[in-house]
Design a protein. Sequence first.
Length: 390
Amino acid sequence: MVKRVSILGSTGSIGRNALDVVASLGDEVEVVGLAARHNAELLVRQARAFRVAAVGVSDERQARVLEPLAAEGVEVFAGDGAAANVATTPTADLVLVAVAGFAGLAPTLAALNAGKDVALANKESLVAGGKLVREAQRAAGARIFPVDSEHAALAQCLEMCRPDAVRRLIITASGGPFLEKSREEVADATPEQAVAHPVWDMGAKISVDSATLMNKGLEVIEAYWLFDMPWDRIDVLIHPQSVVHSLVEMADGSFVAQLATADMRLPIQYALTYPERRAALFPTAALELATIGRLEFARPDPAQFPCFGLALAAGRAGGLKPAVMNAADEVAVEKFLAGEIPFGALPEVIEATLADAPDGDAAGYDDVARADRWARRRAEEVAAAVASRA
């Protein structure tokens, strides 16, 4: 049976990897929809290569680039709702959400509300709107397949375990490019240094989040919503080799772990072919444990990685705090990458924004969106104050 897939964020790193996987699977998977933020020229090439029925671009200024596709009978969407429109393409069975940042929440909800299964490569959807996403999932009876390596690993481990036999989830972290350096040593690190991840080839934003360990705080929140696990039963360990992607500790003290080479196409393929496990027909490096030699683990240092603690605190606080924290981080990283604030100021922007955050719960998407907009304005103000001191 052919699985029909829409891919949101198809021109980004995850989206391009997903299309590599689809191409390797032959007739087993059909792409019916593609959406991108602004790289419309690449989107057109992808749409023609995979003969899709629908495309969307969020940047309306790029809409004219898609006009030839409309003339060829492809349904074309442009503007803020483009990804959500592609997500609800009637023929899609599964929607891969690889849109970056908070922008992934709306199409994730749209896909679930339309009864689609979701392969989720956008952690911000669960960080900012975890309650809404889980409510939509349960109402639709849909499945969420985590695509990032850590949660895909946890999902695979948990398939082997009875829920009542699980004691703890353990997410691993490479530690990023600054693992061996103190907070003071990296205070003036450049964007080029921060995005130079020692293992993974990722986009700039997630690479910076890896350097601050913010991404692991976000992943703890993600795991809380995905696996219904209490906060005190989700841990993080630094694992520089990035071979063990996550572990599950059992009630008797034994562990189940998932090991694989650092290749995002592996969790993508597992989500696309679930419940089957296919041979990887795309070129990927073999995992040679004897060559690696040893696997190291350590606890993260809160003093070295303050953003990690800020994320955990926001997640535990709940309500609108995670959405505020996520928005503040997006703004702070954007300002850092633009050279407007130093690397060492990233936690300052996030902490100051959280300190002023409004209380309240997320009754619906509009509540989360308002909190996101408020946090972005406040984070912009804090970042401007930081920049004026330089």
